[in-house]
Design a protein around this ligand. Structure first.
Ligand code: HEC
Length: 137
């Protein structure tokens, strides 16, 4: 009887810890962001044309917040959310003008500027395809 109680209590604890740990583990399971050097270069050209006037040529911030360094808010967050955010809000003076590919390649440029390393696998172009990834490596 007592033994049976312990067993039941034990499985409740196990079930509870699954509930507690499920959410944070899922966030950590996001994979490092892939992108190629060519994408970073292409995105850099668009960044200089469309973003640098407000965010600075080196992402250092100017009329708008820096896009690298301690105050930059998107490192290690879901890349799909970052893609959606950029497409919905930037450039602040021409919202809604960026294609999926423009957003992703600008993300590739910002990734390299934030210390991430390009490789052989291209960055996916749509927010939906970016779901497995974080904006970080
Ligand atoms: C006309 C000026 C302007 C242009 C051009 C512009 N931005 Fe912004 N951006 C802003 C302002 C202002 C904010 C701050 C908005 C806020 O805090 O709500 C911002 C915020 C951001 C943020 C959030 C920063 C953080 O730390 O959370 C990102 C990322 C960003 N912009 C990326 C871009 C990209 C990429 C482009 C080019 C495609 C771009 N912006 C073009 C003005 C601009």
């Amino acid at each position: 009887m007592f033994h049976g109680f312990l067993k039941a209590a034990g499985s409740k604890v196990a079930a509870l810890s699954l509930v507690i740990f499920a959410a944070p583990l899922a966030a950590q399971d996001l994979q490092p962001l892939p992108f190629t050097k060519a994408q970073s270069i292409g995105g850099g050209a668009n960044y200089q044309n469309l973003c640098a006037a407000c965010h600075g040529a080196q992402l250092e911030g100017f009329a708008a917040p820096p896009l690298s360094g301690d105050t930059f808010g998107w490192l290690d967050r879901p890349a799909s959310e970052y893609h959606a955010y950029l497409q919905a809000t930037m450039p602040a003076n021409a919202i809604g003008t960026l294609t999926d590919a423009q957003v992703s390649t600008i993300m590739a440029f910002m990734a390299e500027q934030n210390g991430m390393t390009p490789g052989d696998t291209p960055i996916p172009l749509t927010a939906a395809e970016l779901e497995p990834f974080k904006f970080g490596q």
